[in-house]
Each structure stands twice: as C-alpha cells, then as structure tokens.
Design a binder for this molecule. Structure first.
Ligand SMILES: Cc1cc2nc3c(=O)[nH]c(=O)nc-3n(C[C@H](O)[C@H](O)[C@H](O)COP(=O)(O)OP(=O)(O)OC[C@H]3O[C@@H](n4cnc5c(N)ncnc54)[C@H](O)[C@@H]3O)c2cc1C
Length: 334
C-alpha cells in the first residue's frame, strides 16, 4: 500500500472542498472518503485504489434514520448496515431492504459497513482486484481478462465488449426496487438523483461507474412512502448460505391482492453491471393475474437481453427461477 495522508473531517464542506481537489471521483481518485472502510481499505491493500489523501467522514452528523413528513424515510449516509436492517421503520415498511442487508456479508462487516459505502462498493471481479491482470475498469485500454476467463460470478445484463463486471451489492438491488433517491452534496450545492440515474453502464468507459464528480459526498438516501397494500421481499441465491455474494437475486415490491398485480417493482442482483431494475418484467406483470404463467413470462422478458459468457451462462436460467420464486412468495401464493 502507498503512503497517504489521513484527515478527520469535522464538517461536510471541509470534506467536500478537500475531495474536490481530486481529478476524478472514479477510479484513480487521489482523494477518497472512508466510512466503514470494509471496501476501500481492502482495495488499498491490493493497490487497486491508491489515494494520496483519505478523509475519515465518520464524525459527520449523517448517522440517523428519520421519518419524513411525507411518510417516507431519510437514511443518513453513515447509518451502519446492521442498524438500518433492524430499524423498526425498515422492518415494518421496507422489508425488502432489511432482508437484502441481512443477506450480505457477515454480522461484523454489517456493523461497520455504511449506506454510502455500500452504494459505492466495487465489483468482486477477480481481474479488477488483481493488478497482474488486464482490466479496463482498473486500467482503461488494458483489455478485459474476464471475457474469456473466470467469469462465473459476473454480469449477463448491461455488459459491453470492454467489461462484464457485476455490481455485487444486495442493498442496492433493494433500493432500486424501492425507487430510492440519492442525495449528494458537492462544490455546486445539493443534487437529488434517482437511483436509476446514479449508476452508469460500462460501455467503453467501465472506469466510470457513477455520475459522481470530485468532491461529491453522499449525504442521504430517501425512500418514498410505502405503497399501500404492497408486500416486499428479497431472495438471494448463492454458493453457500452465508458470507457469500449473490449469483442471482430478486427484490420485489408488489400488490397482488385479489389475485391481480396492481403495483409491482422488480430489481435483479448478481446478473447486472449495475443494480438491475427490470422494467421489462414490470410491464409483463402490470394489471395481469398473479399466476405462475405470468410470472414465467415476466422472467423470460427480464432475461431476454442476457449475454452470457463461457462460465456464467447458467445465470440466465438461475435468475429466471429466482424471479419466479420471489414473485410467487410476494403474491402470497407460496
Ligand atoms: C468478505 C466480504 C464479504 C462481503 N459480502 C457482501 C455481500 O454478500 N453482499 C453485499 O452487498 N456486500 C458484501 N460485502 C461488501 C460490503 O457490503 C461493503 O464492503 C460495504 O458495504 C462498504 O461500506 P463501507 O462503509 O465499509 O465503505 P468504505 O470502504 O468506507 O467505502 C467504499 C467506497 O465508498 C466511498 N464512500 C463511502 N461513503 C461515502 C459517502 N458518504 N460519500 C461519497 N463516497 C463515499 C469511499 O470513498 C469508497 O470509495 C462484503 C465485503 C467483504 C469484505
């Protein structure tokens, strides 16, 4: 690991002004915020991230979960994953978020990991994490060892000829289904960004993963009020029951009372280059009967654009089965 300067931020504007000196907020940033440190420090020890300045933001007042007057929820960027998962408002109204968080990592990691850090956790692609290999995300133009290499855990949706790295987060999939909004404070003030617009597809610039600019500090995530009559859930399929990333997962928010789908939001994990909201599945389901045949049709639509590689072709079928099962559970027919 390179040497770096460590600063403890006492005020958001101090953190933002210091971080704004970095030429980029994407890979290659010379200034990085550190929250729980469970991803950044890992990548620094691997020489994938090499900031010259690390700003500890743990002293900033961003660690609260608050009800909004609208009935929605405001989650501070420094709220720990375990605190969020067990918060009464989350377990009551946003079960999909609680379940997604509790399916991730380990209790110890969840006690450290934060909302902001989880949003920005990097891919677990082995070639990204190993500087001995070509990786366009880590070193633009160097190539992609994953395309014909070990790609069992990588993406089949949203991929490009330059990158097939998957977004590894469980929380982000739940936030996509909940239509969360990311609040960012930067040198030009506050921005409010729907999660659907926050992550970029890899295209030919996989090194750029989000719309964040130098200095941008995630301050909050807000959730809209729960939609009346909906059930939500998260289903995660993986190689072992705990301490493992998703091969396929599904986050569902649905109202199928009376056997008809009146409201539905679907997001998939483990298969996308970003948390994958499936508008295709939602279109297939909206206004239809909550039947196995319609769930299968939705799953086919969701995975229609899948582009599997040598080692991850099984994911298309796995993801379809995951989605059908999750829809069945959410429609109370399980
Ligand atoms: C062994 C292991 C297993 C895991 N398993 C899973 C799993 O199954 N599912 C899953 O979803 N995750 C899993 N994780 C990942 C874990 O959830 C993330 O490491 C964690 O959420 C990152 O949060 P953090 O606060 O520690 O982030 P940090 O490491 O502190 O930061 C991560 C990135 O976010 C940036 N950042 C942090 N806060 C802000 C902010 N407020 N504004 C702007 N930038 C910010 C940092 O600069 C850094 O670039 C696992 C991790 C490990 C090590």
């Amino acid at each position: 690991m390179d040497t770096f300067r460590f600063i403890s931020a006492t005020h958001p504007s101090q953190a933002i002004e210091t971080a704004a000196k970095s030429p980029t907020a994407q890979l290659g940033a010379t200034v990085r915020f550190v929250a729980g440190g469970t991803n950044l420090v890992d990548l620094m020890t691997l020489n994938v991230e090499r900031p010259q300045v690390v700003i500890d933001i743990n002293g900033l007042p961003l660690d609260k979960v608050e009800r909004l007057p609208s009935g929605g929820l405001r989650i501070g960027a420094l709220v720990r994953n375990s605190d969020l998962a067990h918060h009464p408002a989350v377990t009551k109204d946003y079960a999909v978020l609680s379940q997604a968080l509790l399916s991730g990592a380990s209790p110890q990691l969840r006690n450290m990991a934060t909302t902001g850090g989880n949003l920005l956790q990097r891919t677990r692609c082995v070639y990204f994490r190993d500087t001995a290999h070509a990786c366009n995300k880590r070193q633009p133009g160097s190539g992609c060892s994953a395309l014909d290499g070990y790609n069992r855990n990588l993406a089949i949706l949203g991929t490009s000829d330059d990158c097939i790295a998957s977004n590894p987060s469980d929380m982000n999939v739940a936030l996509a289904a909940l239509e969360a909004t990311i609040h960012v404070r930067g040198t030009h003030g506050e921005r409010i960004i729907p999660i659907q617009n926050f992550y970029l597809l890899p295209g030919n610039t996989p090194n750029k993963e989000t719309i964040l600019e130098p200095g941008d500090l995630i301050t909050y995530v807000t959730l809209p009020p729960p939609v009346a009559g909906t059930r939500s859930l998260y289903l995660k399929l993986r190689d072992r029951a705990a301490y493992e990333f998703a091969l396929a997962s599904a986050a569902i928010v649905m109202n199928a009372d009376g056997g008809k789908v009146r409201h539905v939001r679907v997001a998939l994990g483990g298969v996308g280059t970003r948390p994958w909201r499936s508008f295709e599945a939602e279109r297939e389901l909206s206004g239809k009967e909550a039947t196995p045949a319609n769930f299968h049709r939705a799953a086919e639509a969701a995975l229609k654009a899948a582009q599997p590689r040598s080692g991850n072709a099984f994911k298309a079928e796995l993801s379809k089965r995951c989605l059908v099962r999750a829809l069945t559970m959410a429609s109370k027919n399980a």
